[in-house]
Every structure is written in C-alpha cells, then in structure tokens.
Design a protein around this ligand. Structure first.
Ligand SMILES: Cc1cc2nc3c(=O)[nH]c(=O)nc-3n(C[C@H](O)[C@H](O)[C@H](O)COP(=O)(O)OP(=O)(O)OC[C@H]3O[C@@H](n4cnc5c(N)ncnc54)[C@H](O)[C@@H]3O)c2cc1C
Length: 409
C-alpha cells in the first residue's frame, strides 16, 4: 500500500546547530521548516547534560565568543533568547599534565615551556613568509622549532578539536584560526544559562518544528524538489532540502541522487572522539579551578571543566578520549587524574562524536562540494566547510539559506 507523502516547504536532515541555524533562517523567511533528527534530542555536539540538583555540564561544545556574529544573530532573533552568561576567571587558567605531574598556568606561561634556543633560532625564519598552503605542523615548526612544536604547542592545539592537528591547514577553510569582527556590546567569552544547548530550545520557539528519533534513510528527487524516506518508511517531500549530518552520512544519502556532491563529501576524512563527563562534589577534587587540562601524552586529548561557570556544590570534568582504550580503563584514568575513587563520581555521561579531520587540500575539497551544489535546491551544511567552530556552522547555514532563497545577502 502506498503511504501518503507529507509535504513541507523546507526539510532539514540533522538537528545539530548547522541544521537548526539553517531552519531558523528558513522560518524567518516564512518557509515553515521541519527538522528531522535521528537521535532523541536536538543540538548534536551542543550537548548540555544534567547532574545532581539540576547542575548542568557540557559533554560537547562549551565556549562561545563575541565574534560569533551569525550565532548571536540567531540567539537574539528568537522570541525567547537564551540568556548570555559570562565565563569567569577560571577561563584564563589551565593545567598541563606532564610526566605524572600537573602544573596550572595562564596563557602566557606556555611560552615559558618552550626551549629558548630553539625558539630564538626558529622565530626569524617563521615570522616571515606567512602561513602559505602549509599545515599546522609545518607552519609552527618553522615559527617555534620542531621540538617546541611537538612537545608543547601540538598538545595544546590538538586539545581544541580533540584530534592530532599536525595535518590541519594552517590557514583558510578547515583551519583553527579565524579573524572575525567582535561584538563590543557582548562579553568576550560566554555560554548560555543552562549550557550552550539552550540555543536549540530557543530555536524551536522560533517557528522551527522538529521530529526526533527520525533517522533519514534515503533521498530521491521529486517534482523539482526532494523526497526523503525515514527508516520507519515515512515519506516526506520538500521544495528545498538541507542536509546537516556528518560528511559520510551526507555522502551515503546523496550517492544515488547527486553523485558528484556525494563523491566530494565522501572524500573528507573524519575521526571519532569518545567523551566521558563526570560530576563530583566540589570538595572531592583538589585540582585548582581551570578551564581545561591538556596532557603532553595520554589516552585523552583534553579535559574540559565547568569551572569558568563555578557552582557552590559541584564540579564537572569531561574527558575527550583517543580511540582504542576500553571504558573501564578510561574511568580508571579519570579517577587517577582527578584523584577520586569511582564511588565519588556522582554522574557519568558519555557520547561518541564524528568530527571532520581537515587536511592541507581542504579548501579544494570544499570548493568541489560547492561547485557540485551550484544551481541545486539542496544545501549542504555542517562543520566541514570553513571550520569546526559553532560560528563556522552558523555562518555556513546563513550563506546556504541565502543561496537557496535566491537572496543577495
Ligand atoms: C567535544 C567538542 C567540543 C567542542 N567545543 C566547541 C566550543 O567550545 N566552541 C565551538 O565553537 N565549537 C566547539 N565544538 C565544535 C562544534 O560544537 C561542532 O562542530 C558543531 O556543533 C557541529 O554542529 P553540526 O550541526 O554541524 O553537527 P552535529 O552537531 O554533529 O549534528 C549533526 C546531527 O545530525 C544528526 N544525524 C546524523 N545522521 C542523520 C540522519 N540520517 N537523519 C537525521 N539526522 C541525522 C545527528 O544525530 C546530529 O544530531 C566542539 C565539538 C566537540 C565534539
């Protein structure tokens, strides 16, 4: 028996910030969007969890900046905007875990970790000639010396995207470094009341409908637009379609309908990050307040804390692990680093994330996707274009909506 096909002006596959931001622009343009999300919650990598007494902590993204103009436009444009909460003094402190010992420091102390002679002999060469088409390892090895890069800088830079950054491009699409205008009227570094995930709730209050536990299984062309089918067989159709999943899923869904777009997305590399967040009583951990802990060499890339938004009773620590270590060993390592017994962990929350791993040729890979998309009523969204930051996702969503709507902004 043929099922009826629901039709919508705009369908969006994936309810992370990329899909939600795209849907927000569609809703603002009066094109009622429906977001189809595979999991049971919206937000994707924006994953604010709850511990005891409604204490919140982040399993994924944690920090927003006043340079996030595209995100702020959305937040401020919601009927019930999320409340901006400035991050406190602990944001300027971090821990370096090396040879079993933990040193806490501020950003400038990183320079004191460098070998002096290597730094002064490398800097003159590295300061000239720009970043060019170099990778992060090539650029910073020239600037501070290969040993200083590998022993000091690489662990700090790798803590940001939870993966080795050696082969990331040093500039352009996929790079970690972006110059964006700052909003003077907004505090420099912030989160939202209840955590970054509050933006997802605000967006759903702005005319964005969402269906949870709705994994999309197939996409086909129909009547100049698209027809998508959910894993349970439900069929939906739309004039415009946004695909806001990881690149491998986008490639799989689009293989039959737009093979060039699918091939370009499939060429992008990704990594898996496994994160475990724990909540403990404040008095149980001796570590002074820090925004994060970076190990020189360990089974995890970083520990992100909630200390920049302190709480009287609790602290939270989210460990972002490298692959290949079992859960029991991870929990053991968490206990060792924090100096707490397993029975002092009040809450344990876990997530697995697929993240893009941009390489030297990332700009060309992104250009190939955009070329293949030209003229189609299909938007490809995500953290694998300009970069991984939430702002990169929101800016891509805005630009893709403008393209599909035929707007000139
Ligand atoms: C640990 C961590 C910390 C980070 N910290 C920061 C930070 O502090 N600041 C910052 O700016 N950025 C940070 N980032 C980066 C940023 O959070 C992410 O790059 C961004 O949120 C990704 O959003 P997205 O919507 O593109 O993808 P995702 O958030 O991954 O969302 C994709 C969504 O698509 C859904 N989906 C997949 N397949 C299907 C399907 N077939 N059908 C329907 N739905 C599907 C998924 O369930 C998911 O919800 C961090 C990332 C991580 C992992």
């Amino acid at each position: 028996m043929l099922r009826a096909v629901e039709t919508h002006p705009v369908l969006v596959i994936g309810g992370g910030i990329s899909g939600l931001a795209f849907a927000w622009h569609a809703a603002r343009a009066g094109q009622a969007p429906l977001v189809l999300e595979a999991s049971g919650r919206l937000g994707g990598c924006l994953d604010s969890r709850r511990g005891p007494a409604d204490y919140w902590f982040e399993l994924g993204a944690h920090t927003l900046y006043n340079s996030y103009g595209a995100l702020l436009e959305i937040a401020e444009g919601c009927p019930t905007p999320p409340t901006i909460v400035a991050r406190g003094d602990a944001r300027k402190r971090f821990g370096l875990l090396r040879a079993g010992g933990l040193t806490t420091m501020g950003p400038l102390s990183v320079f004191r970790q460098f070998g002096f002679w290597e730094l002064v002999t490398s800097a003159p060469r590295g300061l000239f000639g720009g970043k060019g088409p170099r990778t992060i390892r090539e650029h910073f090895s020239r600037l501070v010396g290969a040993r200083n890069y590998a022993g000091v800088l690489a662990p700090f830079l790798s803590a940001v995207p939870s993966q080795a950054v050696d082969d990331f491009p040093a500039s352009g699409p996929g790079s970690l470094f972006k110059k964006r205008p700052r909003r003077k009227d907004v505090t420099k570094s912030f989160t939202f009341a209840g955590g970054v995930g509050a933006i997802a709730t605000a967006i759903t209050g702005a005319g964005v409908a969402a269906r949870l536990d709705a994994p999309v299984a197939t996409i086909a062309r129909a009547d100049g637009g698209y027809r998508v089918e959910l894993a349970d067989g439900t069929a939906l159709a739309a004039t415009r379609l946004g695909v806001a999943t990881d690149p491998a899923t986008a490639a799989r869904l689009l293989a039959g309908v737009h093979p060039e777009v699918a091939a370009a997305a499939a060429a992008l590399k990704t990594v898996e990050v496994e994160s475990i967040g724990v909540v403990v009583e404040r008095a149980a951990v001796a570590l002074p307040p820090v925004a994060f802990v970076v190990p020189a060499d360990d089974v995890f890339w970083s520990v992100v804390t909630r200390d920049p938004v302190p709480d009287e009773h609790h602290r939270a620590f989210t460990f972002h692990f490298k692959p290949g270590v079992d859960r029991a060993a991870r929990l053991r390592r968490i206990g060792e680093v924090l100096g707490v017994e397993a029975d002092r962990l009040l809450t344990i929350e876990e997530r697995r994330t697929t993240l893009p791993a941009p390489a030297r040729d990332h700009a060309a890979a992104v250009a190939a996707i955009d070329q293949a998309l030209a003229g189609l009523p299909l938007a490809l969204l995500g953290n694998y274009f300009a970069g991984l930051a939430i702002e990169d996702c929101a800016a891509r969503a805005k630009a893709e909506w403008a393209r599909l709507a035929g707007a000139t902004t």
